[in-house]
Design a protein around this ligand. Structure first.
Ligand code: S3P
Length: 439
């Protein structure tokens, strides 16, 4: 779908209320498809995210010879082919907007005995891929991108991959996962050491399927040689999608919401800690564990927020939540800031620039740094036209801003909301946002 075709128009409202659940976790859904495909036996996935990103991953694994059936809207049945059962695709493999698909598949495909080409949409084709090509080349992979180090990525079969001991320069779950997936096909042990802990779904899921994975502080070691055995996979609601409703509930002048069945892996919930520090009235109800992952229901009420400086050490735990955080900060008393978040420049858009520009359009005072921003909160702000730059999270964050705007907010280029959050406008309307979608 063309990113520019869809526009959101939001009229100011001052209340949100309701009991909702958000779609399945994107990171877990991508991995469920890939690991289910590589396992022996049938994997039943429930709670799968039927978003464009994860559907691209499923389509790619189908092209590689794996039978994957959508048994219900959010259920998949995957007949795994084992670690060595994938087959070449005559066509290029299209990752769409999905960085996770491209970076993880680059590792997985580097270990195959056939060639593949990974392509992406305009945004993904601008994003840095040297970060995965460098360690893969050190392992002996044959992978090449453009001169700029971007997709398309062409992967030829390698003679033999070698396990490496990789000190990852960036805190990135995608790089870590890419190297570990290649490590499944390497001679000898592969170790990845992260500069800071990132989401750990790859190592947890691989271990659950029977791989020889050991986590030792910030180092993850994988020894190849074991087949993966299929297990049922339960995908909880995506905290990153719940984040928009948490912020909506906290900044709305009145109301209360319950967001049910949200994944609460501590490597994902940095925004929750930050919002609570800002004074948000949020409580976790019925905290439980489902298939080894912490899950809970989040109750959020209208709150008087105060500004906060996000500790740098927390940045990886809320890396996808800065657009939503920025809206909360714009509604808080006093100044908020984040530094050490340079990675935001290379997400689906340059999220520092896109957020700062959007806030300035609404009349919020914002200072942009190379690695973050500072935001001066205010009681309310104006409306205006926001360019989401085709970035799903920028679009959803500014939709929520309509709870404190005095006039209409128009958001351009919103089609990509469907990459991570199909049904967002409908769910937002169900809790009280006045959102019109114009194609
Ligand atoms: C993801 C890792 C993060 C995150 C992305 C999903 C994953 O990216 O921003 O939305 O599923 O591994 P980086 O590894 O680039 O930080």
């Amino acid at each position: 779908m063309s990113g520019s075709a869809v526009e959101y128009r939001l009229q100011p409202v001052s209340r949100v209320a309701g009991r909702i659940s958000v779609p399945g976790d994107k990171s877990i859904s991508h991995r469920a498809v890939m690991f289910g495909a590589l396992a022996r036996g049938r994997t039943e996935v429930s709670g799968f995210l039927p978003g464009e990103d994860t559907l691209h991953t499923a389509q790619i694994l189908r092209q590689l010879g794996v039978a994957i059936e959508r048994s219900a809207e959010t259920s998949l049945r995957i007949d795994g082919v084992g670690l060595h059962g994938l087959r070449a695709s005559a066509q290029v493999l299209d990752c769409g907007n999905a960085g996770t698909a491209m970076r993880l598949l680059a590792g997985l495909l580097s270990g195959q005995r056939f060639a593949s080409t990974l392509v992406g949409d305009e945004s993904l084709s601008r994003r840095p891929m040297r970060r995965v090509m460098d360690p893969l080349l050190r392992m002996g992979a044959c992978i090449a991108g453009t001169q700029a180090g971007t997709a398309p990525l062409r992967i030829e079969p390698a003679e033999n991959l070698r396990g490496i001991d990789y000190n990852c320069p960036v805190a990135s779950a995608q790089i870590k996962s890419c190297v570990l997936l290649a490590g499944l096909y390497a001679d000898g042990e592969t170790a990845v050491t992260e500069p800071a802990a990132t989401r750990d779904y790859t190592e947890r899921m691989l271990a659950a399927l029977g791989a020889d994975v050991v986590v030792d502080g910030l180092a993850i070691r994988l020894r190849p040689g074991r087949e993966l055995q299929a297990q049922p996979i339960f995908v909880p609601g995506d905290f990153s999608s719940a984040a928009f409703f948490l912020v909506a509930g906290a900044i709305a002048p009145t109301g209360e919401m319950l967001i049910e069945n949200v994944g609460l892996n501590p490597r994902r919930t940095g925004l929750l800690d930050t919002l609570v520090e800002m004074g948000a009235d949020i409580v976790v109800l019925d905290r439980r564990e489902i298939a080894g992952e912490p899950v809970g229901d989040l109750r959020v009420r209208a709150s008087a927020l105060r500004g906060v400086d996000v500790p740098e050490a927390r940045v990886p735990d809320m890396i996808d939540e800065f657009p939503a955080f920025a809206i909360a900060a714009a509604c808080a008393a006093g100044r908020s800031s984040v530094r050490g978040a340079h990675e935001l420049r290379v997400k689906e858009s340059d999220r520092i620039a896109a957020t700062a520009r959007g806030l300035a359009t609404l009349g919020v005072e914002v200072e942009e740094f190379e690695d973050g921003m500072a935001i001066e909160g205010r009681a309310d702000f104006g409306g205006g036209q926001i360019d989401s730059r085709s970035d799903h999270r920028i679009a959803m964050a500014f939709a929520v801003a309509s709870l404190r705007a005095r006039s209409e907010i128009r958001i351009l280029d919103c089609a990509n909301v469907a990459t991570s959050f199909p049904g967002f406008p409908k769910l937002a309307a169900s809790v009280g946002l006045d959102i019109g979608v114009f194609a």
